[in-house]
Ligand binder design. Structure first.
Ligand code: AMP
Ligand code: MG
Length: 360
């Protein structure tokens, strides 16, 4: 059992974080303890990356398997580079183009980073976040900060301080509440390997944006060469980001038929959740007028029709579904193109059957 804490909530202004509040959080990190903090992707759970004891408490608080490595956050490219044993030209170009921002770059690890951070791998994932609160915290802490998402392992990632408290209240010393994490889903993870760059996890930075900077990149499809499986991201193979109730993906074209079938199997008292992209489908089947809405046992979350807007709201929608204790969630499958790659990835791993849509 982890030490039981009363989790302290430290509130800061999102755009102009108060120096006193930031210093309070930074001093907790410097003392080898954990602080959850907002980034532009989701909330992270931070520890001093140079301190293996501190980092080990992240794995305990999250119940995260020690085989899943952490991303190390710094306040500048220079500090990140100092944690790499090698800093290839592609890493430099990507850092110049996307940092501060939602891209994590996997490069050979320097000895300054303890084994536990990288789950024993010879590499380390590095990122300079752009969220003003995250940057202020990193500057004040004056140490690199290892931070996975601030949720219990395999639960939905948090985009607000309240979401963090849902699964970590009493398990961590503090959360820095700087308002919602606006990106909404995790960073893109790219490895710079000796045979070229490879996207290990799709995220807020799209393959097209990356290719515009460094040319063609490979995408991890789960079938790895030996070198890459050494680099590969364990987190991407698991069912992950899952809500408590089963989530089933359906093609938008079949949605009316599928909803009728999937929901008809539930008892009449059971709450149902429906995540849709289109007003038209929703009105066609359900006939509700205002959203989000919870009437007669059906909770509808209509998410924006753009990948950015959808990403921003996806996890909050799943958290809402959990809070409403729905028994089943049906979500429409977003378009099959690169712009929706990261969203499809997260939905696929939140769902029971992935994209098959073959169940009846
Ligand atoms: P999380 O912080 O929970 O969003 O997960 C971070 C992601 O980055 C996980 O999927 C990790 O497996 C991945 N990651 C972190 N460090 C490395 C590394 N050295 N090599 C490959 N993947 C990594
Ligand atoms: Mg995570």
């Amino acid at each position: 059992m982890p030490e039981i804490f009363k989790t302290q909530v430290i509130t800061v202004d999102a755009a102009h974080p108060d120096a006193g509040a930031i210093e309070e959080a930074a001093s907790i990190i410097r003392r080898g303890r954990l602080v959850a903090f907002p980034t532009e992707t989701v909330y992270g759970l931070g520890a001093n990356a140079r301190d293996s004891m501190a980092v080990s408490t992240i794995f305990v608080a999250k119940q995260r398997p020690s085989s899943n490595p952490l991303i190390v956050h710094t306040s500048s490219t220079e500090e990140a580079q100092a944690l790499a044993a090698r800093w290839p030209p592609e890493a430099e170009a990507l850092a110049a183009a996307f940092w501060p921002g939602p891209l994590s770059i996997v490069v050979p690890r320097s000895k300054k980073i303890p084994d536990i951070v990288s789950a024993g791998k010879p590499t380390v994932a590095l990122r300079v976040p752009s969220n003003p609160v995250a940057l202020a915290l990193l500057r004040a802490a004056r140490v690199p900060v290892a931070a996975p998402s601030a949720n219990r392992s395999e639960k939905i990632s948090p985009t607000t301080a309240e979401h963090v408290l849902h699964t970590l209240d009493g398990r961590i010393p503090a959360v820095l509440d700087g308002g919602p994490a606006l990106g909404g889903i995790e960073s893109t993870v790219i490895a710079i390997t000796s045979d070229g760059p490879m996207i290990l996890r799709p995220g807020l930075i799209s393959p097209a944006e990356i290719e515009a900077v460094i040319g063609p990149v490979r995408r991890s499809d789960g079938t790895h060469s030996e070198e890459v499986s050494d680099l590969a991201t364990p987190g991407i193979r698991l069912r992950h980001y899952a809500p408590q109730s089963p989530l089933i993906l359906v093609n938008a074209a079949n949605v009316q038929k599928r909803l009728a079938k999937l929901f008809s199997k539930l008892s009449t008292e059971a709450n149902r959740g429906y995540i849709t992209l289109s007003e038209e489908t929703k009105v066609g089947y359900i006939g509700y007028r205002t959203l989000p809405d919870f009437e007669e046992g059906l909770l509808v979350q209509m998410l924006p029709d753009s990948p950015q807007g959808y990403a921003e709201q996806l996890y909050a929608a799943l958290h809402t579904m959990d809070a409403a204790k729905v028994h089943r969630i049906v979500a429409e499958i977003p378009p099959d193109d690169d712009d929706w790659l990261a969203i499809r990835d997260r939905l696929g791993r939140a769902s029971l059957y992935g994209f098959k849509d073959t169940h009846s």
